[in-house]
Ligand binder design. Sequence first.
Ligand SMILES: [Zn+2]
Length: 315
Amino acid sequence: MASAAGLRRSLRGLSEKEFRERFGTEAACRAALFEMRWREGLTCPACGHRGFCALETRQLFQCNRCKKQVRLTAGTVFQATKLPLTTWFAAIYHLTQSKGGISSIELARRLGIRQPTAWLVKHKLMRAMAEREAKKPQLQGRVEIDDAYLGGERTGGKRGRGAAGKTPVVAAVETTAERKPRRLKLTVVKGFCKKEIEKLAKRDLAPGSNVVSDGLSCWPAVAKAGCDHFPMATGSGPQAARWVPFRWVNTTLGNIKTAIAGTYHHVSAKHAQSYLTSFAYRFNRRFQLDSIVQRLAWAAAHATPQPYRVVIADA
Ligand SMILES: [Zn+2]
């Protein structure tokens, strides 16, 4: 079994060929999953014994002392799956490698599975991404914050506010002092009102952050979360996008809107947060592409298993 460091090294700049060499067989995926879950070896949850024998070609392990059985996929996103692990790992590969995301139709085609199955696989993996993102620290230091709408029709090319049928989204980007983006959070809000922004700021922004925004009336509410607020008058339309303080936010939002328009055609409000979080997940790991497959597989191995009804209810 490769060491974690070795695995990380060999995942650097993973081509499809390299991916298949590494995770192309069921045995390789099982070994990788075992390593991710029980790097220090498996300890019996019933009696604490550390001696196990492998049954069913390393899918099931039985305690040598009390005969308790532990399944490799139990308690992970892969729990009770009928798909081979190679299909799951291939889904992880395709989901993390394509910058603009991948539709379930395209994912189904690449994996050779039915579209509804691909949809479910994708949403389960997106939930694993969301769980990982939720555990990351709050944004801090200099943070650019901006409003956007997803979906609906553009009205005369304007960045409309309050348009019906659109999903309001807050983009918050932690930047360096040189205004280069570090980390991104994208959040669906009920609307651009002070109450919503206060709630979001308390959850996502560290007290003492310097929040830079445009002049929209809801942003001063970040002060309720102990942030310092620096409003900038930007106007709207094409000039705003070119205006330096919001260049990264606007570029990122622009890319996301383009990707959603191109890949998904439309995203329902119900699933918008899930899609946005998956974009943020990839964005926040854009300098760790050597290990992103391993990282998402790890997240899936440590995320709460979700039955179908939960995934479709509030994905
Ligand atoms: Zn035992």
